[in-house]
Design a protein around this ligand. Structure first.
Ligand code: URA
Length: 259
């Protein structure tokens, strides 16, 4: 894993205050690095080896949790927008200051499982189609699916100049107008366009799981919680991401053949 980070980013990212508050702490000689007072937020430090203190107390550089949210409809998957409310507004303060970013994107009207992390490598691996991490959606449609739809999804449906990767389509046991679809990629309006190519309209879409992590049915819309240790380990293993107790990941792409 990396790790040098800008001092002001490290301080703000650990929940000790905003970047502005941390800048004024620096100006007030309240921050030391390896025992030396520093005023430069632009200084790079290694949280594993450098001792950073604020007001004489060592700052704790525990990794941020991976967080799951039950995204409600009407909220954009973004960290800021002038017209719409955004998912970042729904995160509790303690996680907003950790600069957690949504992993991938759900449309404004899509509901369900959205994960957040500050681990760029984990996020990248989960959205990379080569990793084949399953994303399971429940789609409510204008008409029931047919066996031909199931076969077409299995082969990969055309999506306007592009052929979708094979996807698993199943009937929802609860409603004849709903279907369960498992995809491995996350192109713009992926699921809606896949159904559109079969002449179906998606009236509602909910994401139920990402890899081994299922949406917690106890989470009301807009609520979130951190993943349990077991959930996070399973998630990291599913995409080969490193992390506590997981060890070193395999490379994202296979190495080139020897020449
Ligand atoms: N596919 C869509 O069409 N929309 C989403 O929000 C997610 C997947």
């Amino acid at each position: 894993m990396p790790h040098v980070v800008r001092l002001d980013k490290l301080l703000a990212g650990q929940g000790y205050g905003t970047r502005g508050e941390m800048r004024s702490a620096l100006r007030g000689d309240r921050v030391t690095v390896n025992g030396v007072v520093t005023r430069s937020g632009a200084m790079y430090v290694n949280p594993s080896t450098d001792e950073v203190e604020l007001d004489g107390e060592p700052i704790i550089t525990a990794p941020a949790p991976v967080v799951m949210m039950n995204k409600p409809a009407g909220v954009m998957t973004a960290t800021g927008d002038r017209r719409h409310s955004v998912v970042a507004d729904l995160l509790p303060e303690k996680w907003r200051t950790r600069r957690l970013m949504p992993i991938g994107r759900l449309d404004i009207d899509t509901t369900g499982l959205l994960l957040f992390t500050d681990d760029g490598d984990l996020a990248h691996r989960l959205i990379h189609p080569k990793r084949l991490v399953d994303k399971l959606y429940r789609a409510t449609l204008d008409a029931p699916i047919t066996n031909e739809d199931i076969e077409a999804f299995e082969l990969g449906v055309p999506m306007g100049g592009y052929k979708a990767l094979p996807a698993k389509l199943e009937r929802d046991p609860i409603s004849s107008l709903a279907a369960l679809v498992t995809v491995h990629e996350g192109k713009y309006h992926q699921v809606k366009r896949m159904f559109a190519s079969r002449g179906r309209l998606v009236k509602a879409l909910e994401r139920l799981s990402i890899g081994p992590v299922r949406l917690d049915p106890m989470l009301r819309p807009g609520a979130c919680r951190s993943l349990t240790h077991v959930e996070e380990q399973a998630l990291r293993l599913s995409c080969g991401a490193s992390g506590p107790d997981v060890g070193q990941p395999p490379p994202l792409l296979p190495p080139p053949p020897p020449t």
